[in-house]
Design a protein around this ligand. Structure first.
Ligand code: GLP
Length: 257
């Protein structure tokens, strides 16, 4: 795990964009795993900047979104596919037919999940997976206590997650769906490279459990300690509970690359 602690938001976005750019460079048909949430937005803005500057093209890129609510009416502004279109793919030369997302309104949810995993596998996997983390340690929508090797599956949302996400639903938790479909931890772990962005003090405990805790279904994100190529980009507040913060800073500053 590469851990970057950086106070400057522009620098954080550039470091994350470099990871994405490197992972897709030179590939004919690369695949990006695209996350929702506020944490990766500066990264998406930086990718758009590089596209506008003519340095990066998404014309041959395939996208797989991480998750989706179950039961939101099609076209709902908080639908996750719409979020990804608005914040990334519609802003660059991404071809809409190359964007795949789990269908939270599928008649047969389990069959849809199996097809989604098969689609990712048939593409040869995700080259670079963008991630955030929830305050309860969830990644995508894998809540505590689930299988550490799961593939795409339906999931119930914790009250903590629904409360966190109620800010997108008029701060009314009753409007937040109770269930979702999500790439599993096994699906996410199959990505070749991963980049996680986390900011803010409310994520500090999840970040400590992610990086320094035992690998445990209690903090689903902790499975990423087994990921062969992941960079976690933090601000100081998110890093504030790390026991050996200074070593991580030293290691990043003196890395041999
Ligand atoms: C959501 C998403 C996750 C995201 C998390 C954190 O519930 N399913 O993929 O990482 O929330 O979101 P934010 O970055 O807005 O804190």
């Amino acid at each position: 795990m590469d851990i970057v602690i950086e106070e400057d938001g522009i620098k954080r976005a550039k470091i994350a964009a470099d990871v994405v750019e490197r992972a897709i460079a030179g590939k004919d048909h690369p695949a990006i795993g695209i996350a929702t949430g506020s944490s990766p937005l500066p990264l998406y803005d930086e990718l758009v900047r590089r596209y506008e500057a003519g340095k990066l093209s998404f014309a041959n890129v395939t996208g797989f979104t991480l998750d989706e609510y179950v039961g939101l009416p099609p076209g709902h502004p908080e639908g996750y596919r719409i979020f990804i279109e608005k914040n990334l793919t519609n802003r660059v030369d991404f071809k809409p037919e190359n964007l795949y997302s789990p269908d939270g309104n599928a008649e047969d949810i389990l069959a849809m999940c199996a097809e989604y995993d098969a689609k990712i596998a048939s593409h040869g996997g995700v080259d670079v997976q963008v991630l955030g983390i929830g305050s309860d340690g969830h990644i995508a929508f894998n809540e505590p206590g689930g299988s550490l090797v799961s593939r795409t599956h339906p999931e119930a949302l914790t009250e903590a997650t629904r409360k966190d996400n109620s800010r997108f639903f008029d701060y009314d938790i009753s409007k937040v769906p109770t269930h979702c479909v999500t790439q599993g931890l096994g699906t996410i772990m199959s990505s070749h490279t991963a980049i996680m962005m986390v900011t803010g003090e409310n994520k500090a405990k999840a970040v400590r459990d992610l990086i320094e805790g035992p690998v445990s279904a209690r903090c689903p994100g902790s499975i990423l300690q087994h990921h062969p190529d992941i960079t976690v980009v933090l601000d100081e507040a998110a890093a504030s509970l790390l026991e050996i913060r200074d070593f991580y800073v030293y290691r990043w500053q003196t890395r041999i690359s």
